[in-house]
Write a protein that binds this ligand. Structure first.
Ligand SMILES: [Zn+2]
Length: 656
């Protein structure tokens, strides 16, 4: 099979005009970027084109694809709008006797069609996929307009068709306001039914598209573009099954999100975490997984070449096999050569991308899991709430070298917040409480109220609303900084400060809260406990997820999380610095990827890796490769490996 590395997504103007199209293909020849796949966008507007306009474009695309294939590319099509996305070019879009999507307040979208309208599926969706399948394309992408959550109607669809289907299949008789009220205030099981309908509806559209394409040529590969949208049900495994006809065909994935510039590189890191979650449960027949990398709406200086190249690279540590670059200037008709610096930056690290493909194959991230579930939207008011808040609440925990994972089966410690356990059954909660768990006050409250107090070891006593400082006790875990303070400045950053009560004799108190004069406001703010299930708990009442990057707290949290994991956490960085650590495991191997997210060189960077091996292979982004022996320091089965001089926004990979 052809070796795939990256996809280049090519906007309408760049293939429509011959001089621009051939100018682009000539430019690509100058750089050894590893772009193996080229996807031609069907449109620049996010509303569905008429069938006639799709046909007109398909005729030109067929010609372009023929050329791209002759040049050795895997060449295909990116259908930008199947059901429609946002309000653009409304006068010229598809018109039909089809049901439009309806928002929760009854607003009818003029831009987006309802996926439950059978005639829309058969008379439009199936027809345009058939048209594009006849172009000679190697592949066809379904873009992320196929979703719930469009501008400006928000989370839909609440049309009569969708509500009628829901009523019919569940024996209800809701009108729209009644249904919305129940989804907002009702129980988890009720909300799950709505998510299930969304999942089945979206899956049905993917099946229709897949069938239409394979009726023409079953060798055309289908792909789906996703984002972190819990209202769709986040069930990418189910969507894969639909698109691949039950796993009979290889398919492609393009996980994405919104990071259009690098004004803060953290936008890109945050998106990478979302991508990790999107990849967590994809089946093995998803063989090409290219992360979205884009500078939409194509202002080239807003995301630099180096950031662009690095973005694809860091996404390869969370399950992607390459990048899907949507970065080309197009309708401005500015010189296509303006993209040359970006192409050069991608080419500069082509060998490192290939190394990542090779060393991460068959492995997946392991470490600390935020307890997120694909049906997290059922834990919040379904229409107005955001289930993703239960997945991404503890980002700072991963700023200083603790490893994050995305698949719950790869967790050695779980963190929980608020009501996130609402979507878990009792067995699942007991399983979590039998392992290592880090709880904030709200999660502690929830678990205790649900009857698991025996296993949590602590209770929430009261809120401490002002002037509280965390004061570390002389517990062993605080060695080196006992009696030090941590001040999260409640006058500036309100909330998240609670007194806890130890509920068992063997609870160990790690800190108390005191005011500016040493007066004790709470005799327990954070503590640890081992329960009768063998599970280890840390209850943290004082800003457990924010302002945790001072030296003392990072040292304490590294000790706490390794203790919680019973020393099974796959790795942790001991150097005090800002570093992203994604550690992939599987087949008895550890692949520790360390990415410098700061603006400074990191001199000596030490990482403890849970391994019996005394030597590792190191791969630097610069292309340097060498064998590295572990240092003398060992602890609880960990070995210490130290690399030197990791530059800003560069990566090192240590494989043991
Ligand atoms: Zn509908």
């Amino acid at each position: 099979m052809k070796k795939h590395l990256h996809t280049l997504r090519v906007a309408y103007e760049n293939w429509l005009f011959e001089d621009r199209f051939y100018g682009l293909t000539e430019l690509l020849k100058k750089y050894d970027t590893g772009i193996t796949d080229i996807a031609l966008f069907t449109s620049i507007v996010h509303t569905p084109l008429t069938i006639e306009e799709n046909q007109r474009r398909a005729d030109i695309i067929a010609n372009r694809i023929k050329y791209l294939k002759s040049e050795g590319y895997f060449a295909g099509i990116n259908i930008l709008a199947t059901i429609g996305h946002h309000h653009e070019d409304l006068d010229n879009m598809l018109k039909g006797p089809y049901q439009m999507m309806v928002g929760a307040d009854g607003t009818v979208s003029p831009a987006t069609f309802c996926m439950n309208d059978e005639s829309f599926l058969s008379e439009y969706a199936a027809v345009i996929y058939d048209i594009y399948a006849r172009t000679g394309a190697d592949f066809i992408w379904v873009d992320d307009d196929v979703r719930y959550g469009h501008m400006p109607i928000g989370n839909g669809c609440f049309c009569d068709l969708c509500i009628g289907k829901f009523n019919r299949e569940n024996n209800y008789s809701f009108d729209r306001p009644g249904l919305i009220a129940e989804l907002e205030n009702g129980d988890v099981e009720f909300r799950r039914k709505w998510l299930r309908q969304n999942r089945e509806t979206l899956s049905r559209l993917l099946s229709v598209a897949g069938k239409a394409v394979r009726n023409v040529d079953e060798n055309i590969m289908l792909g789906f573009m996703t984002g972190e949208r819990y209202i769709e049900s986040y069930d990418f495994h189910a969507f894969s099954e639909a698109l691949s006809d039950g796993g009979k065909h290889e398919i492609m994935w393009r996980p994405g999100g919104g990071a259009y510039n690098d004004f803060s590189f953290d936008y890109i890191v945050a998106k990478s975490e979302q991508i990790g979650r999107q990849n967590a449960y994809l089946p093995p027949y998803v063989t090409i997984n290219h992360s979205e990398v884009e500078n939409f709406p194509y202002n080239l200086i807003n995301k630099t070449p180096k950031s662009t190249a690095a973005e694809a690279m860091i996404n390869m540590t969370v399950g992607c096999t390459g990048g899907a670059f949507n970065i080309l200037p197009s309708e401005t008709l500015e010189p296509i050569e303006n993209i040359a610096p970006h192409l050069k930056a991608i080419a500069d690290i082509k060998l490192f991308y290939l190394t990542l493909q090779e060393v991460t194959a068959g492995l997946s991230p392991a470490g600390i899991h935020t307890g997120w579930r694909i049906d997290a939207q059922a834990a919040v008011p379904l229409v107005s709430g955001y289930g993703g808040g239960l997945a991404s609440y503890s980002r700072e925990l991963f700023f200083f070298g603790l490893p994050e994972c995305y698949n719950k089966d790869k967790a050695s410690v779980v963190t929980l917040t608020g009501d996130s356990a609402k979507v878990m059954d009792d067995d699942e909660i007991l399983k979590i409480l039998s392992g290592g768990v880090y709880l904030n006050a709200a999660a502690l409250n929830y678990l205790n109220e649900r009857g698991f107090g025996e296993y949590t070891g602590f209770a929430v006593k009261k809120s401490i609303p002002a002037d509280a400082r965390e004061n570390y006790t002389d517990e062993k875990i605080n060695d080196g900084f006992a009696f030090g303070f941590r001040n999260c400045r409640q006058a500036f950053f309100h909330g998240d400060s609670f007194a806890l009560t130890p509920m068992a004799d063997d609870c160990r108190v790690l800190s108390e809260l005191v005011d500016y004069h040493g007066k004790v406001l709470a005799d327990c703010a954070c503590g640890i406990f081992e329960n009768s299930l063998g599970g280890r708990i840390c209850a943290a009442g004082y800003y457990p997820h924010n302002w945790i990057s001072d030296y003392n707290k990072t040292v304490q949290l590294k000790r706490v999380f390794t203790w919680l994991s019973k020393y099974e956490l796959p790795s942790y960085v001991t150097t005090y610095c800002r570093i992203r650590n994604i550690t992939l495991t599987g087949d008895g191997r550890q692949c520790v990827t360390l990415f410098n997210t700061s603006n400074d060189d990191i001199g000596d960077l030490s990482v403890m890796i849970k391994t019996s091996k005394c030597a590792a292979d190191v791969y630097m982004m610069s292309g340097e490769r060498f064998s590295l022996e572990c240092g003398e320091k060992t602890d609880e089965g960990y070995k210490c490996y130290t690399i030197s001089n990791l530059k800003p926004y560069e990566m090192a990979v240590i494989v043991t």
